[in-house]
Design a protein around this ligand. Structure first.
Ligand code: CMC
Length: 380
């Protein structure tokens, strides 16, 4: 049965339809940027010009990280998985930005939400700079949300960094594609934690942990690792498909299959198109894209995949785009988290405002022993 009533996201897995607040994903990707879609998910309506400007200004204002928080990054090993740092930093925001005295609770939530959307982007860029052993680059009022992210990630004092408008477009579209997907594993985690009245930052941190797994958001990293391994080992598309069909191999075709979509994931269609556009810009071919497209062709025509309705999902092509932008593989799931953030927040708010207002507490079917008596230690 449905775990809740929700008015945020509509998914039809048979027909491959995805809508946020009634707007088709294709429509949003073509006509909006990520900030507008975040606003739509969180507030329920697309912003008008004045609202859009005010929201962008607020996001800029809230984008800096508390100086003491910056020292946290330095204590993590360079090789720490970025998702572990992201989860820890997100929950730490509640320590650095606690309740705001006696201001109106509605306004407090608004501020906490905006802070989160803005600061998570800064946190992800700082994780990258720390991994590289480089100084942090602060956000700037001069740039849009996505431009700012790219600048914080890649600006250098020794090599000129030009923000590529195609990468800005790609980033906006990718973040929109990830922005919500109704009751997936991480969103359900956020709603459940939120139902205990835990604060927003703590609830989102739980969502980040849930997203990390390779069956969920970690799949984008796993896809690239699979393609790289196959390329190195000179496996053909057919070899990979054959491996994925062997039940005892423990090998799945990553980026394929979905609990809800039993047809082509509409996000995968958009990601494939975008991937071809971004990779075509340099004029060079990417052997991993060629292998991915061949793999798709072989898999969708294979009876094993057909019978089980397994099609490419959102993660199949997105990693190739992140990789071209320069984002390292172990940070792909952080990118998914940055996109999914407005969705998590919208669901947290929706649950919070639900007049039902009860703590989430699923029951179970007990399958253990009925009743037993403790035996003396020497007799066990
Ligand atoms: N490769 C090979 N076989 C597969 C795959 C795959 N990627 N996915 C499912 N199957 C088989 C599975 O073994 C099972 O076979 P059988 O009926 O013979 O036992 C059948 O298809 C049904 O699979 P399931 O595991 O019952 O399906 P599910 O709805 O529980 O799992 C899934 C969905 C996404 C976890 C799974 O398809 C999977 O692990 N895919 C690979 C990981 C991946 O790409 N994840 C990203 C999901 S989309 C983004 C997101 O949600 O974060």
């Amino acid at each position: 049965t449905g775990s809740c009533t929700s008015g945020i996201c509509y998914v039809n897995g048979e027909q491959g339809i995805l809508r946020y607040r009634g707007y088709d994903i294709e429509d949003l990707v073509e006509n909006c940027d990520f900030v507008e879609v975040a606003y739509l998910l969180i507030k329920g309506e697309l912003p008008n010009t004045a609202e859009r400007r005010r929201y962008a200004e607020l996001l800029n204002k809230e984008s800096l990280l508390h100086h003491d928080m910056q020292s946290f990054f330095r204590s993590y090993p360079f090789k720490a998985h970025p998702m572990s740092v992201l989860a820890a930093m997100s929950v730490s925001l509640s320590a650095f930005y606690p309740e705001m005295g006696d201001i109106d609770p509605e306004l407090q939530v608004d501020l906490a939400v905006t802070r989160l959307v803005s600061k998570v982007r800064t946190i992800i860029a700082f994780i990258y700079r720390h991994m590289k052993g480089e100084d942090f680059v602060n956000p700037s009022y001069k740039y849009s949300y996505c431009e700012n992210f790219l600048n914080m990630m890649f600006k250098s004092s020794v090599i000129e960094y030009q923000i590529n408008p195609l990468y800005v477009k790609a980033l906006n579209q990718l973040l929109i594609l990830h922005a919500d997907h109704e009751q997936n594993c991480s969103t359900t985690a956020v709603r459940l934690i939120g139902s205990s009245d835990a604060n927003l930052y703590a609830s989102v941190s739980a969502g980040i942990c849930a997203l990390w797994g390779p069956k969920h958001g970690g799949a984008n990293q796993a896809v690239i690792e699979m393609l790289e391994l196959a390329h190195e080992q000179k496996w053909s598309a057919q070899d990979i498909v054959n491996k994925a069909k062997q039940k005892d191999s423990g090998f799945l075709l990553m980026g394929f299959g979905h609990r809800v979509y039993k047809t082509y994931d509409p996000r995968a269609k958009i990601a494939k198109r975008l991937c071809q556009e971004v990779l075509a810009e340099s004029g060079e071919t990417d052997p991993l894209l060629e292998l991915a497209m061949e793999l798709e062709e072989v898999a969708v025509n294979d009876s094993y995949f057909k019978e089980r309705s397994l099609y490419p999902n959102v993660d199949f092509y997105t990693g190739l785009i992140f990789r071209r932008i320069g984002i390292p593989t172990n940070m792909f799931t952080c990118m998914f988290a940055m996109g999914r953030l407005p969705g998590w927040i919208a669901h947290w708010l929706e649950w919070n405002k639900d007049p039902y207002g009860k703590i989430g507490r699923p029951r179970q079917v007990y399958s253990g022993p009925y009743v037993r008596k403790v035996q003396n230690l020497n007799d066990r």
